[in-house]
Design a protein around this ligand. Structure first.
Ligand code: HMG
Length: 381
């Protein structure tokens, strides 16, 4: 029996900034952002979207009424929680009309939360093959205006339906992981903006990739050439380049792993970091944009969450309507309105405000689900 991802959906907010505009406003050479970081655009998340509404918008693109009845678990990976106690999955469950006879909870370990959800989900399905699990990765990446991390902001949500009919990616259960208490990136409770030791975080990321990848190769007696594609958590596209070139020289640009990597970073270079959803947007980007990767391809996935947890695991690409996925994601990205840097700064600042008893008015956010405000501390969608 195989288990894994049956359906995958993506949402991002209807606004973006162009990285050339940002570079000019910050007195930087645009090529630092375009080439040095590898980012072209960045989604901007308005106060009318939070992780619940973004997750609902992503999940709505993939779930049927039959799926909603069969879901036994809703696992919500996020580090942009909306409540210190109540899980975002509770709001999501009622917004989507998923069966009340489900487990619903939230998972946190920086960008790793979505992967934790997937690993937990496939274990459950191995014992309950007739059921389904909904896994969410949704976040808003905020470092602060005029900070070095600003070019690596972004946000959005990926929703994945797991089942024993893994038409997108069958997971073979092979995995290697490594964790250590490290201060590379964190966000204290009193702030909505991350604290980061940027260059150190890059080094730890590459170190954790090498440790988990080599552990995987040793454990399962595999080689780099056994993979048709490697996909990475992409806080920004250049990060994946830094990791991949430690196992395949960058000069080998026709090597299939480099060719497929270039497909896997396309959407991330337009959306920015969406933390828990970032690896899975990269997976979407690969399968939607590559014309060379066939069903049956062996895919390796590197998940990294600062603080820090790394995991390298693998799966086999299934057969499904990849054109439809591409249409849906292209539509999400192409519908976005380009903001001036002044408009973005205003939107960013209003996103930092607490929403206690606040009514939110962004009338041009035409998403199916929006955060309308708060009434007596209850979030209203
Ligand atoms: P910085 O220090 O301003 O940039 O911030 P830099 O000086 O290192 O330059 C960046 C690159 O641009 C360099 O290339 C430069 O050479 C190049 P590299 O040496 O890295 O290959 N460059 C140019 N290239 C072409 N033309 C030019 C030019 N000028 C310079 N004219 C940094 C960069 C990534 C540190 C910053 O944006 C940051 O702190 N970002 C946030 C942290 C981050 O994303 N870390 C990634 C690893 S940690 C992670 O993935 C977890 C995370 O997702 C959180 C979670 O788990 O929840 C972040």
């Amino acid at each position: 029996m195989s288990v894994g991802i049956e359906k995958i959906g993506f949402y991002t907010a209807p606004y973006y900034i162009d990285m050339v505009d940002l570079a000019e406003a910050r007195n930087q050479d645009p090529n630092k952002f375009l080439i040095g970081i590898g980012q072209k655009q960045q989604s901007v998340i308005p106060p009318s979207q939070d992780v619940v509404s973004m997750a609902a918008n992503a999940a709505e693109t993939i779930l049927t009424e039959e799926d909603k009845k069969t879901i036994d678990m809703i696992i919500f990976g996020t580090e942009t929680g909306i409540d210190n106690s109540k899980a975002a999955s509770m709001y999501l469950q009622s917004l989507l009309g998923i069966s009340d006879y489900a487990r619903a909870f939230e998972v946190k370990q920086a960008c790793y939360g979505g992967t934790a959800g997937i690993q937990m989900g496939i274990n459950y399905l191995a014992l309950n093959p007739d059921r389904k699990v909904l896994v969410i990765g949704a976040d808003i990446a905020r470092y602060g205006l005029e900070t070095p991390g600003e070019v690596t902001q972004g946000g959005g949500a990926v929703a994945m339906l797991l089942s024993s009919n893994p038409t997108v990616l069958a997971l073979d259960g092979k995995s290697a992981f490594y964790s250590k208490n490290i201060m590379d990136f964190w966000r204290p409770n009193y702030t909505k903006e991350a604290r980061v030791d940027g260059h150190y975080s890059n080094d730890v990321y590459v170190d954790f990739f090498n440790r988990t990848f080599n552990q995987y190769l040793d454990r399962y007696n595999k080689q780099v050439t056994d993979f048709d594609a490697l996909v990475f958590h992409l806080p920004y596209p250049k990060m994946g380049v830094k990791a991949l070139r430690t196992v395949v020289p960058q000069e080998e640009e026709n090597n299939p792993l480099w060719v497929e990597f270039n497909h896997s970073k396309l959407y991330n270079s337009l959306v920015g970091n969406l933390y828990t959803g970032s690896l899975y947007l990269s997976l979407i980007s690969l399968i939607a944009n590559s014309k060379t990767i066939p069903a049956g391809a062996n895919i390796g996935l590197f998940s990294y969450g600062s603080g820090a947890q790394g995991e390298f695991y693998s799966g086999v690409l299934g057969e499904f309507d990849r054109k439809l996925l591409k249409q849906s994601v292209d539509q999400q990205i192409n519908r976005r309105k380009r903001l001036t840097i002044t408009e973005y700064e205003q939107m960013y600042r209003s996103g930092l405000k607490e929403t206690a008893d606040l009514s939110i008015n962004y009338s041009d956010d035409d998403s199916r689900f929006v955060l309308k405000g708060r009434a007596k501390d209850k979030l209203i969608y």
